[in-house]
Design a protein around this ligand. Structure first.
Ligand SMILES: Nc1nc2c(c(=O)[nH]1)N[C@H]1C(S)=C(S)[C@@H](COP(=O)(O)O)O[C@H]1N2
Ligand SMILES: [Mo]
Length: 540
């Protein structure tokens, strides 16, 4: 019969199972964060949430107690609380399954909520906490099973003469009973081996995650320390270009709101001091430019709208920024492309490539090697330290981020990343327009209603925007002044007397070249969507 030590063991081993399982899960969560959603490490997001919700006196007390180690103290504190909860989950699961698993689920849910309520959460923000929770539950069930089968084995051996009956009884026994009755005979050492192994695997996974992110952490520090040179020529954005209508996308898209599209699972970490761009292929002479050399050149500011070929009609995969960079045409002039070359294949450090027609990089437009975006170094996810920006072409054939190489070549000699996957080898941006306000579902009263949005035809310009209400005539909207032909332009239309009921608003743009926006609906493959954006609204 279990004595005092057996009674203690009845909960120490399940508690150890709980702690080891949660250590295993937490490690898996950290590794998942490094791979899938770097800013969403469960520990960091829960810590950040606590910092945000902690009352000022608690913060002051923490700083008074721990000084500059207050953040380390917080993380250690979270770890200790987690360990205590984990032990409780183990005991709970052994006695009252599945409540231990439920407790772990609740902890994972706290992580997921913390991750998704951070500013600019990444798409997979909740994934690390989900992975952590699932891994911990699987490990807990596995370890408790070990505990039970050890107990059963022990019971078996003890009752050898009636082996069959004993194993039946052990198999059917309530796990709590089996645990309590057989605890003294449990092979402690073997069980602790399994538990220790699980905890060690967790630690290894966490270390792996940390190592994976070490590069990007270093680069983030380097980026913070950079002061970009003053532009040799500045861009001006006249205030009238933004109509200042609530709900209308701002004329300049803040970096944090700029869409991000790329094939990079983990954002490439490129140290500018080791970065260089090599221009080679069908050229008179190879040119290599380093970061320091690039920054020493006269850099120009330009405003260019960047659009993704995957942008659906009315979609948000488009943004407008003030870029700081150096004209690619100047660097190509140094390299002297061969007369029969017609394409530049740009490559990034992560293997992505884009095919840009050579003449587009040689004409007078602002096709640049960009180092700055809206007054700061390129954010890591937008190509730090250097990317291409080319007015008039979709990103997939021009806007290579983390760019490292320009190969001067021919369209009939080679092809780019997305061309090999069924997209067109050339991708001029299609003339298009979008309604931003009123938003769908926005409560509207009969009477005057402001309709507003953006229109773009990069490197051509917008001549006119027209709005159609239901099946009425097309009526001209008012255009804000454009920054240039390379940027989108805002438009507004005052609908003087909207009657109550359900209405459809439709928009179309006319380019400076007289082209009218194509109304025939076409999907994004292979070279960009066509069709008119329309929005159904309810007027009361
Ligand atoms: N290295 C690299 N550069 C890339 C891509 C990529 O997958 N890898 N995607 C391109 C595509 S399809 C677009 S639309 C733009 C998007 O740039 P953004 O993420 O800065 O908005 O980057 C382009 N540059
Ligand atoms: Mo794209």
């Amino acid at each position: 019969m279990p004595g005092t030590s057996g009674g203690r063991r009845a909960w120490t081993l399940p508690a150890a199972a709980g702690a080891a399982s949660v250590a295993f899960g937490a490690g898996a969560g950290e590794l998942a964060a490094a791979l899938l959603a770097p800013p969403s490490s469960p520990f960091v997001v829960v810590g950040s949430l606590l910092i945000d919700v902690a009352p000022p006196w608690a913060k002051d007390a923490a700083i008074a107690l721990f000084g500059t180690a207050d953040k380390a103290a917080l993380l250690i504190g979270i770890g200790l609380v987690l360990l205590a909860v984990a032990g409780a989950a183990g005991v709970l699961e052994a006695r009252r399954p599945p409540w231990g698993q439920v407790l772990i689920g609740v902890v994972a849910l706290v992580g997921a909520i913390a991750a998704s309520t951070r500013a600019n959460p990444p798409m997979l923000a909740i994934a690390p906490s989900a992975v952590a929770g699932i891994a911990a539950v699987v490990a807990l069930r596995f370890l408790l099973l070990r505990l039970r089968s050890r107990a059963a084995d022990a019971a078996d051996r003890a009752d050898a003469p009636d082996a069959a009956g004993a194993s039946d009884a052990a198999g059917a026994a309530d796990p709590a009973d089996a645990d309590a009755a057989a605890a003294p005979r449990v092979d402690r050492r073997r069980f602790l081996g399994w538990a220790g192994g699980a905890a060690a695997l967790g630690a290894l996974a966490a270390l792996g995650g940390y190592a994976l992110q070490a590069g990007s952490r270093t680069v983030a520090v380097i980026r913070e320390a950079i002061t970009l040179p003053r532009p040799a020529s500045e861009a001006t954005v006249a205030s009238g270009t933004d109509l200042g209508i609530e709900g209308l996308t701002p004329i300049i898209t803040p970096n944090g709101q700029f869409y991000r599209i790329d094939t990079a699972l983990a954002v490439p970490a490129v140290d500018p001091s080791t970065w260089s761009l090599r221009i080679h292929g069908m050229v008179e002479r190879e040119v290599v430019v380093t970061w320091d050399e690039l920054l020493a050149l006269p850099l120009e500011e330009s405003v260019t709208t960047l659009a993704c070929v995957s942008n659906e009609v009315g979609g948000g995969l488009i943004g407008n920024a003030v870029w700081l960079g150096y004209p690619i045409r100047e660097l190509l002039a140094r390299a002297q492309p061969a007369a029969d070359a017609d394409m530049v294949l740009s490559r990034s450090v992560d293997g992505f490539s884009a095919s840009t027609p050579l003449p587009v990089l040689q004409d007078e437009r602002n096709a640049i090697l960009a180092v700055g975006m809206n007054g700061e170094p390129l954010p890591a996810e937008h190509g730090f330290p250097v990317r291409m920006v080319v007015p008039g072409l979709y990103g997939y054939v021009s806007a290579t981020k983390w760019v490292s190489e320009l190969e001067v070549t021919r369209f009939d000699a080679t092809s780019a990343y997305w061309t090999d996957r069924g997209w067109s080898e050339r991708g001029p941006v299609k003339l298009s327009s979008r309604i931003d306000v009123p938003r769908s579902g926005q409560p509207l009263d009969a009477g005057p209603i402001t309709v507003a949005g953006v229109a773009w035809h990069q490197h051509v310009g917008i001549e006119r925007v027209e709005v159609q209400v239901d099946d009425g005539p097309w009526r001209e909207a008012t255009l804000a002044p454009a920054i240039s032909v390379d940027t989108w332009v805002q438009w507004r239309f005052e609908w003087a007397d909207a009657p109550s009921g359900t209405h459809t608003l439709r928009v179309r743009a006319i380019g400076a070249d007289g082209d009218v926006q194509i109304s025939k609906r076409q999907g994004v493959v292979p070279d960009g969507a066509t069709g008119l954006h329309e929005r159904t609204i309810e007027v009361r």
